[in-house]
Design a protein around this ligand. Structure first.
Ligand code: SF4
Ligand code: SF4
Length: 172
């Protein structure tokens, strides 16, 4: 299934309410986004189409991993890992500052939206969990399993910089 079809329900639900918000959801204040192999490959496809799958981008991934210690896994009780927050390397810092087109963004990014118009402060947005659940009805587990086997990936979901760097190191 194509990237746009897999995101249709999320794209249809966009509220366009972000207004002049600086994008707290993409910074260390809030962002702990993790992606599956399928989502990572969508982002890579977009970067390749825009001549951005290059050393410069890889350096920004590495810088983010180092700055926010994303490669240091801290185990919590009950076997869960701590979700580390980080400023996304694809966040430009400007208004509505994601540099990845919506049709290629991680599902969780698309599902995070303001609860009301004119938000200009941190803390008034949330994840549209019901829509995310509905999107999960599109079964892509098999495709993710196939990618894990084919590329010898040892992860289910990883922070964006870790996931993309792993694919780069596998010469995707
Ligand atoms: S989702 Fe919320 S925090 Fe993120 S850019 Fe929109 S208004 Fe800002
Ligand atoms: S991919 Fe875009 S929307 Fe998602 S965290 Fe990064 S900058 Fe924000």
């Amino acid at each position: 299934m194509k990237n746009v079809q897999r995101r249709k329900i999320l794209l249809d639900a966009q509220t366009n309410r972000c207004g002049s918000c600086e994008g707290f959801c993409c910074t260390y204040q809030s962002n702990s986004m993790k992606v599956t192999p399928v989502e990572a490959l969508d982002m890579i496809e977009y970067l390749k189409e825009n001549d951005r799958w290059n050393e410069e981008t890889i350096e920004s991934l590495k810088k983010t991993i180092e700055e926010f210690r994303l490669d240091k896994v801290i185990a919590l009780k009950r076997g869960q890992d701590l979700r580390r927050t980080y400023t996304c390397p694809f966040f430009t810092g400007d208004k509505l500052g994601c540099s990845i087109a919506p049709e290629y963004k991680p599902y969780g990014c698309l599902a995070f939206n303001p609860t009301e118009d004119g938000i200009s402060e941190w803390g008034k947005c949330n994840s549209q969990v019901e829509i995310l659940k509905e999107r999960e009805n599109i079964d892509e587990d098999q495709y993710n399993d196939y990618l894990r086997q084919f590329y010898h990936l040892h992860w289910q979901k990883e922070p964006i910089p870790i996931a993309l760097l792993d694919f780069w190191n596998k010469k995707i």
